[in-house]
Write a protein that binds this ligand. Structure first.
Ligand SMILES: Cc1cc2nc3c(=O)[nH]c(=O)nc-3n(C[C@H](O)[C@H](O)[C@H](O)COP(=O)(O)OP(=O)(O)OC[C@H]3O[C@@H](n4cnc5c(N)ncnc54)[C@H](O)[C@@H]3O)c2cc1C
Length: 427
């Protein structure tokens, strides 16, 4: 199954077919429209810029202007606050479409969108008393207005190099209550969008004088990038996802006002316990990369990749078998992933949680397997830097390293949770 191109308008723009056909996958017209707009932008604009961002390890600033212009920066913001009002499933598929054309843009867009998805539709599912909810709605409207009106970009640094990002212990970055807000101190590593986001959506632990750190007291605070005490250090020259610019952030006595809270006290912890699919949002990018590696291979073997001689290589049986293997893997990845994003909700069943881990594992490992097969099958000329396949291959290698659901941690959790019910032990 190739994703053949179809002619869509008189200007002869040839758009790729959707990753998930709206009719076959029962997406409504509104969903299909939002997803199509992401695909259009990805294919007609982002694809052409991706090589330069990758080569120079440069943040895709121009793409963010386009995401703002098309409304996609506010994809998950409610319509009444100026956004597109997309739900989790719609966002995830739109992000996969962007991932087909520029992995770094899709991955960083995910960090940004999560600041609105987690504080928005996800928080709406969680328990809060009436006054806390009213205050949360007032606060999030401030953040959403910045995004919709001014094109503000939010990031999501939670990794610290210890066990906190895996969900094991409280975050070492601390927020000390002070008059009118908090003083934040700490360090975040691999902070995508560092130096380019307007607000860093930092996960940290609120600790009053004399208290012990607890995961229950996690706060999710939007620190202005220009606040006193915020600095970006270290260089960034990685294997893949180079345009994410994931450097190190340092916070030294950074004052943030109470309105900086993207979630009320205790709500992030509640979300992590009750809405586990919140951590599946790193996967869409890699679904897109898997499709991109497959599409490239089919076009290349048919002699149809622009900029390459029209040499056909499709007649060799070994290549046909490899393409069949890629297609089967791709369908498996897409099927389990579509099911997992469709059943994302508060209080999922144990079966749904295990499926979410399995989906994350399948996507992250599967994307790289498909990209690896693509390089072997297409051959040496296809991995030159003048073509996108080698970038897709490098970007796809990063997926299974993303905490908290790395490929290893997914295996750990599936094995343990399949064999033990809550509270069971062998003692
Ligand atoms: C391109 C890219 C962009 C990123 N962007 C962001 C971002 O925007 N925000 C952000 O917060 N992070 C980001 N990360 C960081 C990412 O989520 C991980 O935190 C990071 O890759 C961990 O690297 P590490 O070497 O410190 O891992 P380590 O903590 O040393 O872990 C190494 C491996 O050991 C395993 N492991 C870790 N903890 C446990 C445990 N408790 N039990 C069992 N096994 C464990 C995991 O499989 C893990 O992959 C990004 C990473 C990459 C590669």
């Amino acid at each position: 199954m190739i994703m053949p191109a179809v002619k869509i308008d008189p200007e002869q723009i040839i758009l790729d077919k959707p990753l998930f056909d709206p009719q076959a996958f029962r997406l409504n017209d509104e969903q299909a429209e939002i997803i199509a707009s992401a695909r259009r932008l990805g294919q007609t604009v982002f694809a052409g810029r991706a090589a330069a961002y990758d080569r120079d390890a440069k943040f895709p600033t121009e793409n963010y202007r386009d995401l703002h212009r098309t409304g996609l920066l506010g994809i998950a913001i409610p319509k009444k606050l100026g956004g597109l009002g997309a739900d989790y499933q719609t966002y995830a598929i739109a992000a996969a479409e962007i991932g087909r054309y520029c992995g770094a843009t899709a991955l960083t867009w995910n960090m940004h969108v999560c600041s609105t998805l987690w504080s928005g539709p996800l928080a709406d599912d969680l328990d809060m008393d009436a006054s806390t909810r009213a205050e949360h709605e007032r606060r999030r409207a401030i953040h959403y207005k910045r995004i919709v009106d001014d094109g503000a970009i939010y990031s999501q640094p939670f990794s610290e190099g210890g066990a906190a990002a895996a969900g094991g212990v409280a975050f070492g970055t601390e927020a000390k209550p002070t008059k009118g807000g908090w003083l934040v101190n700490g360090k975040k590593i691999f902070a995508s969008l560092s130096g380019h986001a307007d607000y860093y959506g930092v996960l940290c632990t609120e600790i009053a004088e004399g208290e012990k750190a607890s995961r229950r007291n996690t706060l999710y605070l939007a620190l202005p990038a220009k606040a006193d005490g915020v600095s970006v250090v270290g260089d960034w020259d990685p294997l893949g996802m180079r345009g994410t610019v994931s450097r190190t952030l340092l916070f030294k006595d950074v004052f943030v006002p109470e309105d900086a809270a993207l979630m009320p006290r205790g709500v992030y912890f509640q979300a992590a316990m009750r809405w586990p699919h919140m951590f599946l949002t790193l996967s869409p990018t890699y679904v897109g990369l898997a499709q991109a590696a497959y599409d490239f291979t089919v076009r290349y073997l048919r002699g149809e990749v622009p900029g390459t001689p029209p040499v056909k290589r499709r007649m060799y049986p070994t290549k046909q078998i490899a393409v069949a293997q890629m297609q089967i893997k791709l369908e498996q990845v897409k099927a389990i992933w579509f099911q997992a994003i469709t059943e994302a909700r508060a209080n999922p069943t144990k079966e749904q949680v295990l499926r979410a881990y399995a989906a994350q594992y399948s996507v992250m490992e599967g994307a790289n397997e498909i990209a690896t097969l693509a390089i072997r099958t297409c051959g040496g000329q296809a991995m030159l830097k003048s073509l996108p396949l080698e970038r897709i291959y490098r970007d796809s290698r990063c997926g299974s390293l993303m905490l908290p659901w790395t490929a290893e941690l997914c295996l750990d959790r599936i094995g343990r949770e399949a064999l033990y019910e809550t509270g069971e032990s062998d003692d």
